[in-house]
Write a protein that binds this ligand. Structure first.
Ligand SMILES: [Zn+2]
Ligand SMILES: [Zn+2]
Length: 356
């Protein structure tokens, strides 16, 4: 008879849990990792790093079969956790767990109910930057040492807990009071509905994201003109991606989604809007141009890449700067608002560089 290896202690997965979260909290009970446990169960290795597809989206069947048997579960109960069951396009998930956030209040709730911490599937949604239940921002950095790193499950006396990989502090919101992110939540819900509806609105949302992050021939992408405080730190990955949101870190996604909701006309613009009118106009142009460009784009992109930066001469830049300083538009910019001033500079630079 074939010897079947069993894991003596294995809690059931939660209804809204990511498969990898369940595996990691089990592994923490054995001071191990999911790949090591899979190897122990005789499975072929599925790498943890680049396998969103094989671990969470459309999990490898040999892997779920072995885990289910070792934990005395039905295999279909594990396959049910696959994100591909949820009818949300793959591009609408954040692939790299390092770029996702967690709601510390949800984790506190888990602990209060006597259970393990666990990672919700909804935290992998591209628009997930705040918790819809608690209204607070998701966090991806430790609030004690402020370093960013993938939170890890550690088995403590009262259950599996997510801890900071650097200082081992348990992720918790106790004793802190975060402001409610109302506008952020509105934007998130609107984008979530657009994604689930898979209609014209989804196309608009995705286009708004491409628009904000598209490389501009001269100067920064449009996201830089929003007058919102952009997060510091590591630069986001290539904005040339067809679905930038699925690869952006949490802080950059948070900076993008309000503007996306406004550009896609999912939200009424505010009196003091996030998105200045000239960006709405540029987005309309972008949408008109996108259809025509689609066929030529790959070649053009490759060309731009090989040509490197197209810089002008110093004299040219000096001339443009003087033109801006002498222009009526600059002289009438209100001097008291830094935010308005920054926007005006962005607009004037853009216009000057594109020869307008
Ligand atoms: Zn929450
Ligand atoms: Zn820390």
């Amino acid at each position: 008879m074939r010897h079947v290896r069993l894991l003596p202690v294995a809690p059931r997965p939660c209804k809204d849990e990511l498969l990898t979260s369940w595996q990691c909290r089990i592994a923490s009970r054995y001071s191990s990792t999911p790949p090591k446990i899979l190897a122990w169960l005789g499975g072929r290795s599925v790498s943890m790093r680049d396998s969103f597809e094989a671990r969470d989206f459309r999990p490898d069947q040999d892997m779920t079969w072995r885990w289910a048997r070792a934990c005395r579960l039905k295999e279909r109960d594990l396959q049910r956790l696959a994100l591909s069951n949820l009818e949300r396009p793959e591009d609408c998930y954040v692939r790299n767990p390092l770029q996702r956030g967690v709601c510390a209040v949800c984790l506190d709730d888990d602990a209060e109910q006597g259970g393990d911490h666990y990672c919700r599937r909804s935290w992998a949604h591209v628009e997930a930057v705040a918790c819809l239940k608690h209204g607070v921002g998701l966090q991806s950095a430790c609030q004690r040492c402020f370093r960013v790193g993938l939170f890890q499950f550690q088995f403590l006396s009262d259950g599996a807990r997510l801890v900071c990989p650097w200082c081992a502090t348990v992720i918790s919101e106790r004793g802190r009071r975060q402001p409610r992110q109302s506008r952020m939540l509105e934007s998130m819900s609107a984008i979530g509905r657009a994604i689930d509806g898979k209609g014209v609105q989804l196309d608009e949302v995705m286009a708004a994201c491409r628009f904000l992050w598209a490389a501009q021939p001269h100067g920064s992408p449009y996201i830089a003109y929003l007058g919102i405080s952009l997060p510091y730190g590591r630069l986001p990955p290539s904005p040339r991606a067809s679905a930038p949101l699925s690869t952006l870190p949490l802080a950059w996604r948070a900076a993008s989604i309000e503007a996306m909701a406004e550009l896609a006309a999912l939200l009424e613009p505010r009196a003091v809007g996030t998105v200045p009118p000239f960006l709405h106009e540029a987005f309309r142009k972008f949408r008109r141009g996108e259809g025509q460009q689609a066929a030529e784009e790959p070649a053009a992109a490759a060309q731009a890449e090989s040509a490197g930066l197209k810089l002008r001469s110093d004299g040219d830049y000096r001339r443009l700067a003087l033109q801006i300083l002498n222009s009526q538009a600059w002289k009438t910019t209100p001097a008291n608002s830094r935010r308005k001033k920054n926007r005006a500079i962005g607009r004037l630079m853009n216009r000057a560089l594109s020869g307008g």
